[in-house]
Design a protein around this ligand. Structure first.
Ligand code: G3I
Length: 316
C-alpha cells in the first residue's frame, strides 16, 4: 500500500517527499512518510547555508538526521542542493575571483557529497540557473565565471566525490516558460557534449490549480526526455486559494492526476517528489499571500481527494 508501492508496481523507481528533522519528528507526519514514501529530499538541511554557514566549518546534524531516517526506513535520498543563488552564506557571496570560487565549490561538494557517498540516489548539483525568460540567472557563480563553466566545476566535483550518485540539473517553471525550457534542454545537451557528467534533469513543478500549462505537462516531460537523461519531478505541488472553492478542489484532483499520468507515460520519468506532506507545513502560504492548499494532506494530516487523483494517475 501507499504511493511508493503503487508507483513501483508500475515500473517507476520512487515516490517521495521533501522533509527535515522537524517534520520527521512530528508523529502524524512521520506516520505518513513511513506509509507512503520511498524517497526523501532535504527541504532545507542540505543547502549550502545550512551545512557550511562559516567557511570551513560544517554543520551536519540536520542532514544526518534526514539521511539516517531515510536509510533506516528503506527510502532513497535526493540531495538538494549545491550550486544555487539562494540560501548561501555571505562569505560565499563575497567571493569575487574565479580561482577562489572554484576551490570553494570544489571543497564544499567534496565535503558534502563525500560524507554521504554511496547514500544518495541523486544530487541536485545545480538549481535554478535560469531566469524565467531563459537567460542565465545572475548569481555569485554566474557573475564570477561569466559563462556556464561553474557547472562544469560543480558536476565534476560531485562525480569525483560520489561516482555512483546521479547528478542532476534542477529548475522551476519549465512547464510555464517555453524559452526557459528550450534553453534548459540546450544547456544539458551542451554539458553532455563537453563530457560534463550529468545524468538527470529535475523539473520542480510548483504548479497552480487550473493553469493552462498542466494539460500540456506531458509535452514538457517529452522535451526534457530529449536530453537522454533521467527525468525527475522534484518538487511537485499544485497550489490554489488557501480556502478553495469546491470547483478549485475538484480541479486540483484532476491536475494531480494529469501530472502523475504524464510521468507514467514517459519512460524516462523515474520518480516523483511532492514538496511536503501536509498543507500545514507547505512553503506556499508564506510566499504567496492567500494561496495554499497545495499538497495531498490537509492541515490536520487528513488525506485530501487530490490523493486519490494522484493515485489514479499512477494507476492510469
Ligand atoms: O532557519 C530559520 C530559522 O532560524 C528562523 O527562525 C526562521 C524564521 O523565519 O526562518 C528559518 O529559515 C527558513 C527556512 O526555510 C527553514 O525553515 C527561511 O526563513 C525560509 O525562507 C526557508 O524557506 C525555504 C525556501 O526554500 C527558501 O528558499 C522553504 O522551507 C523550502 O520549502 C523552499 O524550497 C525551495 C527549494 O529549495 C527550491 N525550489 C523552490 C522551493 C520553494 O521555494
Amino acid at each position: 500500500t501507499g504511493l511508493n508501492a503503487a508507483i513501483r508496481s508500475k515500473g517507476k523507481k520512487y515516490f517521495g517527499f521533501c522533509s527535515d528533522s522537524n517534520l520527521i519528528n512530528n508523529g502524524d507526519n512521520q506516520a505518513i512518510l513511513k506509509a507512503e514514501a520511498g524517497q526523501l529530499t532535504g527541504e532545507n538541511s542540505m543547502k549550502w547555508e545550512s551545512i557550511q554557514p562559516n567557511q570551513g566549518s560544517y554543520s551536519w546534524s540536520g542532514a544526518d538526521t534526514l539521511v539516517n531516517f531515510a536509510l533506516n526506513n528503506n527510502m532513497i535520498v535526493r540531495g538538494h542542493t549545491f550550486v544555487w543563488h539562494q540560501q548561501i552564506p555571505q562569505w560565499l557571496k563575497n567571493i569575487n575571483n574565479k580561482q577562489t570560487l572554484t576551490s570553494a565549490i570544489q571543497s564544499h561538494i567534496a565535503a558534502v557529497a563525500g560524507r554521504y557517498k554511496g547514500k544518495i540516489y541523486a544530487w541536485d548539483v545545480a538549481n535554478e540557473v535560469f531566469e524565467d525568460n531563459g537567460s542565465r540567472r545572475s548569481s555569485v557563480f554566474s557573475n564570477v565565471f561569466n559563462d556556464w563553466t561553474f557547472l562544469d566545476v560543480a558536476f565534476n566535483a560531485a562525480k569525483a566525490a560520489d561516482p555512483d550518485a546521479k547528478l542532476c540539473l534542477n529548475d522551476y517553471n519549465l512547464d510555464y516558460s517555453s524559452s526557459k525550457l528550450t534553453n534548459f534542454v540546450q544547456l544539458v545537451k551542451d554539458l553532455k557534449s563537453r563530457n560534463v557528467p550529468i545524468d538527470c534533469v529535475g523539473t520542480q513543478s510548483h504548479l497552480v490549480v487550473g493553469n493552462g500549462a498542466i494539460p500540456s505537462y506531458k509535452s514538457t516531460l517529452d522535451s526534457l526526455a530529449t536530453t537522454n537523461t533521467e527525468v525527475q519531478i522534484t518538487e511537485l505541488d499544485i497550489r490554489t486559494s488557501s480556502s478553495p472553492s469546491q470547483q478549485q478542489m475538484n480541479q486540483q484532483v484532476t491536475d494531480y492526476k494529469t501530472v502523475a499520468t504524464a510521468c507514467m507515460r514517459t519512460s524516462s520519468c523515474s520518480g516523483i517528489t511532492i514538496w511536503g506532506v501536509s498543507d500545514r507545513d507547505s512553503w506556499v502560504p508564506g510566499v504567496f499571500n492567500g494561496e495554499g492548499y497545495a499538497l495531498l494532506w490537509d492541515n490536520n494530516y487528513r488525506k485530501k481527494s487530490a490523493y486519490q487523483g494522484f493515485l489514479d494517475g499512477i494507476n492510469s
